[in-house]
Design a protein around this ligand. Structure first.
Ligand SMILES: [Zn+2]
Length: 602
């Protein structure tokens, strides 16, 4: 399960999945009747989990030896069970960017003096890879905003077309939070670019950054490069550009006046920026059991679970103990679901398959943002419009006997799913807590966005979640066996019934924005997987929401809003935060080769 919390231009958006479950929870008591087949056993589940969550696999992070070993194990299990491997001998390989470094040949010289890379200057992670030799203009904090009570326009009266802009990091009063929407480096760089700047130089005043260090490079998933160079420098370097005044003086004056301050820059800046993105190969493991009915075998059921986890943890990994470097075993999250997929494969193979074909997918990169499942849906080995049901198992190992409740999400994504679940559960003595929404914090969300009916099995969050303590001996394997039996019954019913399950929209297709700053939304699911290229693709357009009403179509690439360019999800969110409810804005999209302007009422 992915912790749906990511820092967006200094704003932490948190979406608690439980709210969705609790909102729509109701219980359907089931009674025990016949004993179910014993083909899936608690012992077999335990064996898979013990192996996948062992220290030897080092937390199964994509691209690590432990991650590779896990993929091989899953592929071998699929093959042994008699499944037919799909993809490239059972793998779907794709690159995952894991880090970024400044190119060693990056240079910067101010007033003809070379600065030292890393010590005196550093490109920002979203910098364009370009060279620029140009004059410099000072633009204070780089603000350009107008609110009901105040405004601050650093660019009024200065022409920054085609030159570098020198901007202070932070804001006058860093504690109050009033300036928060305008202080992120990306935001400031976007404002500078909107005014025609050809490059941006950031420097921290002593009140903001007493250590006077360039900004450290951190790669963020989903971050796109800007078309202009963006660097940060030390005060010593910045002061070479100024005619004698210090950064400390400028910061002091700005903080006192809370108003633009002008000063002339006398020297040129020359910089040449390169960045190197490190990437690893992520692998989904995919296999199929062909349908045993001639008429129905071209239709599909997909059973999926992610097998990746957080590796050794550390900052940015998603670990809740980011300061501890230790194997994050990920027994519940999600060796449990992976074991379930393996056992379901074995059981369905032994039964001679279902009438429809059943695709098995072990996804990677889930913890980094549903990378594997999104890759799967955009490179699907089977036609997604022929998929009757995608069943996702993520964290199914901590069933609580005392509560005797299984959470199932996505139950509203086809009209018959709730009834099918109740029927399937008739043999199994547990209570169903159903939640209709198709969106959720795991891989099924990627399929729901593609109009595939989904079910999401989940036994609840626990204290060890995303810590090094999520271990195999804490799992309830008897409980998991019963969850897998329930999943099997539903899958068999969906795979054998005469009619296909028809998709039904059930809730938003993207995360609801959890921050009050995002007052408005377009009602699209942005493509968060691509970090290159121009614009931002709408992976889904939610019916009845502003973008849909304005005529936006799934697959449209948003390239500008209100005439200002948009590149990647971070820039998109930044632009959105500037608009108000009820406002009419122009949104330019590329639909294939065609450029269209849509008027969206927010
Ligand atoms: Zn997780």
């Amino acid at each position: 399960m992915r912790a749906f919390s990511f820092t967006l231009t200094g704003i932490v958006m948190k979406t608690m999945f439980f709210a969705a479950i609790l909102l729509s929870m109701f219980f359907a008591p089931l009674c025990a009747q016949n004993p179910v087949s014993e083909e899936v056993t608690a012992d077999e589940l335990r064996e898979h989990v013990r192996y996948l969550a062992s220290d030897a696999l080092q937390g199964r992070r994509p691209g690590t030896p432990g991650g590779e070993t896990a993929a091989e194990y899953i592929r071998d299990q699929f093959r042994t069970a008699g499944l037919r491997l799909l993809g490239d001998f059972g793998y779907q390989n794709f690159p995952i960017v894991t880090g970024i470094e400044a190119g060693k040949n990056s240079t910067l010289s101010a007033a003809g003096l070379d600065a030292a890379l890393g010590k005196e200057f550093m490109p920002l992670s979203f910098s364009g890879q370009l060279s620029l030799d140009a004059p410099v203009r000072f633009a204070g904090y780089g603000f350009d905003y107008e609110l009901d009570s105040s405004s601050w326009k650093d660019y009024d009266g200065i022409d920054v077309e085609g030159v570098w802009v020198l901007i202070l990091r932070g804001s006058p009063d860093n504690a109050s939070g009033d300036y928060d929407p305008f202080t992120s480096l990306l935001k400031k760089a976007m404002v500078a670019r909107d005014h025609g700047a050809a490059g941006v130089i950031f420097v921290g005043g002593p009140a903001f950054d007493k250590n006077d260090r360039p900004v450290e490079l951190h790669y963020q998933q989903q971050e796109a490069a800007m078309g202009i160079p963006v660097v940060s420098v030390t005060r010593g370097v910045a002061e070479r550009l100024l005619g004698g005044i210090t950064i400390a003086d400028l910061e002091k004056e700005l903080n006192k006046k809370k108003h633009p301050v002008r000063t002339d820059c006398t020297e040129n800046l020359n910089a040449s920026i390169t960045l190197e993105r490190q990437s690893v190969t992520g692998r989904n493991v995919v296999a199929i059991i062909d349908g045993n009915d001639e008429q129905l075998r071209d239709e599909y059921i997909i059973i999926g679970a992610h097998y990746d986890h957080l590796g050794m943890g550390g900052p940015g990994s998603g670990s809740r103990r980011p300061d501890t470097s230790a194997v994050h075993n990920g027994a519940d999250d999600n060796a449990s679901g992976t074991a379930a997929v393996l056992e379901l494969g074995e059981r369905i193979a032994k039964a001679g398959g279902l009438r429809r074909s059943v695709v098995f997918a072990a996804f990677t990169g889930e913890e980094m943002g549903l990378l594997g499942s999104k890759y799967f849906t955009s490179h699907s080995p089977v036609e997604l419009s022929k998929v009757s049901l995608m069943c996702n198992l993520d964290m199914v190992g901590r069933f609580k006997d005392a509560d005797n409740v299984i959470n199932v999400g996505g139950t509203g994504t086809s009209a018959e799913l709730e009834e099918m679940l109740r029927t399937a559960g008739e043999h199994i003595d547990m209570k169903l807590s159903m939640s209709p929404e198709g969106f959720g914090p795991s891989d099924h969300a990627a399929f729901y966005a593609e109009d595939v009916p989904v079910l999401f099995f989940f036994t609840g969050i626990n204290e060890e979640y995303h810590t090094p303590l999520d271990d195999a001996d804490l799992l309830n394997y008897d409980g998991e066996k019963r969850v897998v039996d329930l999943a099997y019954e539903v899958i068999a019913a969906a795979g054998n019934r005469e009619e296909v399950l028809v998709f039904r929209e059930s809730g938003p297709k993207s995360r609801p924005s959890g921050s009050r700053r995002f007052k408005v939304t377009l009602g699209i699911m942005p493509d968060v997987s691509s970090s290159g290229g121009k614009g931002l693709r709408a992976d889904a357009v939610v019916e009845g929401r502003p973008a849909d009403l304005a005529g936006m179509k799934k697959g449209d690439v948003i390239v500008a809003m209100e005439g200002k360019s948009v590149n990647g999800v971070y820039e998109y969110m930044n632009r959105l935060s500037e608009f108000k409810e009820g406002q009419r804005i122009s949104v330019e999209v590329m639909r294939g080769e065609e450029r269209l302007v849509l008027i969206v009422e927010l």
